[in-house]
Design a protein. Sequence first.
Length: 379
Amino acid sequence: MHTCLCGCCEHSDTIDETGNGGHEMGSDIGELRVLAHRGHVEGIWEHCLSSVGRWRDCENRDPVCMSLSRALCRVGRSLLNKKPLQLRTRASKTPAGSSYRFSKVSPTSILLIRRNFCAIEEMSFQFKVDAFGSIAIDHKTLPNDEIVFGKHLEQCLREWREAGRKGVFLKIPIEKSFLIPVATELGFAFHHARPEYLMLTKWLLSTPNKLPFGATHTVGVGGFVVNDKKQILVIQEKSGPVQKIWKLPGGRVDLGEEVEDGAVREVFEETGIKTEFKSMVCFRSAHGGAFGNSDFYFVCLLKPITSEIKKQEDEIADAQWMNLDDFLKLPYYKGLYQEVMQFGAQALEGNYSGLVSTELPIIFRAGNAKLYHIPKPKL
């Protein structure tokens, strides 16, 4: 006999010679083979019904009770679809391979199924195999119970290894963060995080892990904005590592935002100046930045559309139009950043083309993408 963790019920593990029924646990917690003896099918059915009722109130969520409930879910699906369910017999006195149809199921039992089986179905999360042979678990189908999640995930990991799957991507929403310790206990590692979720991964093969890293770079932009008076738009920040230094307005590119659009947006947010993108002057690559990431900084030549400065009060200490020649002579612009500013000035004069953008269809998947390139020569 098996007694569940809360002591609410007991289950027989075999069928005895008198025909009293029970259940046998398979290696897969999600698969329970219900055993029935001729004439005692209804008794097994009622046993499942009573077990799932107690399981729903069982705070410890005993795995045996859970498995009965999962089996009941499949029974419920069959009945609701009006398909007779066949139970394979395991009794020694019955010919192997015989099967029996459920009969005499009371209307009350069907109502209980309708009430419970949809919730039970949610215990098993769904997943798909990606184009690279790894598993992507559907975060929308994750259960609300740690034990249920852990048992199912542990079994799935065994099956995925046997099937030769390479790795697993597990996205856990913040509202289900209580599942994170269960996943890490099973060998999952953090991959990347966003405000609303944490992505974890696990490599299943014995070879070195070849799953791609999370984001390795941050992307910043600066706007090189010069008006008709040969004055460049510059700012001083209230905080950060370069306070009291005149610099180009700019900031981080948002997720899903084009570099050129990020430059236009940042200039407007910090100075109130509306601009339009003309070309990408150059970009700088550096390492060891925020959170250990590498960093790209793109400088874009922008044409001003307005001229009245309205600085961003919470971030910008000062903003002004400065004579371009005076800006290029500032003592702290040496080395790399001196070259950056010189490229901007040459692009402004037409002596350096920079990169323009063209939006083109991707073809092998839906959507378009921006291509940054040297302008095509005019024929």
